[in-house]
Design a protein around this ligand. Structure first.
Ligand code: DOR
Ligand code: ZN
Length: 333
């Protein structure tokens, strides 16, 4: 059995830089024709110049035809001129990190509803940017996303023409808000729809499944999986594949992030088939993104084939999601 998917997109991706970028980019660009690339590098991508240089490095590292949509890291220093310049250079994504919420958020925003930030967002709204947000407070770890909902709501109301993406939605209590506001959308990761906190902490500690937002309850993952299987119009696929070297995961102060890039479409095909929903996979990984983000579909088609894929235990010193497992689908080469 084969399945052809037109122009799949990964709408939330970490590619890092330098050697790691060169090691990981083709896992994504072999499967996806484009991806929204996160700017939480060190130093972060806070200017148009940095974003365009990063985009060039990504393009130079990819063996496949691939469009990286690099996000601009939102800081309080971002001004009207820079936003205009971003728009003129084809950048259209802004990423807001609450300061301290996750990896590389040290330069994030301290007070999201401050006058300064609201001014920036008003300019972004008028210029037609899409704002993506890591929505977590610094409260109790399982409630961080839930506690952030009033901020999403306030932004959605204040800027009705600004498209706001609720990144890696992980808590089923968030869904109703996304459905309620026309300008709110969300991305879903593979790991939040297939794993729960038990997979991190239920047996021996598994640092490779530690991520932010933290994996939630079995009921949350089931609810998210159903949204994906039904290809809900307001949700697109965003893997949040976030590679960290094994030495940065298996140590004190282990980094948050799950490296899922090598197995994404094969695993999605396996799961969608298992739940009799293969006919919705293209909508979830392609059509929804083109509609929500106004993207052109590329002419690239990806063919998946029902053939066993053995997932390696490690790729370039990075342990992947489902390391060592077998999947029932592969990418046709
Ligand atoms: O688990 C995560 N890892 N969540 C994030 O928000 C950031 C990411 C990373 O950059 O490693
Ligand atoms: Zn991320």
């Amino acid at each position: 059995m084969k399945l052809e998917i037109q122009s799949p997109f990964d709408m939330h991706l970490h590619l890092r830089d330098g050697e790691i970028l060169r090691d990981v980019v083709n896992y994504t660009s072999s499967q996806f024709c484009g991806a929204v690339v996160m700017p939480n590098l060190n130093p972060p991508i806070t200017s148009v110049k940095l974003a365009l240089e990063y985009k060039t490095r990504i393009l130079n590292s990819s063996k496949y035809d691939f469009s990286p949509f690099v996000s601009l890291y939102l800081t309080e220093e971002l001004d009207k001129e820079e936003l205009q310049k971003a728009k003129d250079n084809g950048l259209f994504m802004l990423k807001l990190y609450p300061k301290g919420a996750t990896t590389g958020s040290e330069n994030g925003v301290k007070e999201i509803l401050s006058d300064k930030v609201l001014e920036i967002l008003e300019v972004a709204e008028n210029l037609g940017f899409i704002l993506s947000i890591h929505g977590e407070t610094n409260g109790f770890v399982l409630d961080r996303e839930f506690e952030f909902l009033p901020i999403f709501e306030s932004l959605a109301k204040t800027f009705p023409k600004l498209k706001i993406i609720f990144e890696h939605l992980s808590d089923r209590r968030s869904i109703e808000l996304v459905e309620r506001y026309d300008n709110l959308y969300a991305t879903l990761t593979l790991h939040h729809m297939l794993l729960s906190l038990d997979d991190v902490l239920g047996g021996m500690l598994n640092p490779h499944y530690f991520c932010k937002p933290i994996l939630k309850t079995p009921k949350d993952k089931e609810t998210l999986l159903n949204i994906a299987l039904n290809a809900h119009d307001k949700f697109s696929f965003g893997s949040d594949s976030a590679p960290h070297l094994i030495s940065k995961k298996e140590c004190n102060n282990g980094a948050a992030g799950i490296f899922s890039a090598p197995i994404l479409l094969p695993k999605l095909a396996e799961v969608f088939e298992k739940h009799d929903s293969l006919e919705n996979l293209e909508k979830f990984v392609s059509l929804n993104a083109t509609k929500i983000y106004n993207l052109n579909r590329s002419n690239r088609k990806i063919t998946l084939i029902k053939q066993e894929l053995k997932v390696s235990k490690i790729y370039n010193d990075i342990v992947p999601l489902f390391a060592g497992d077998s999947m029932s689908w592969s990418l046709e080469q």
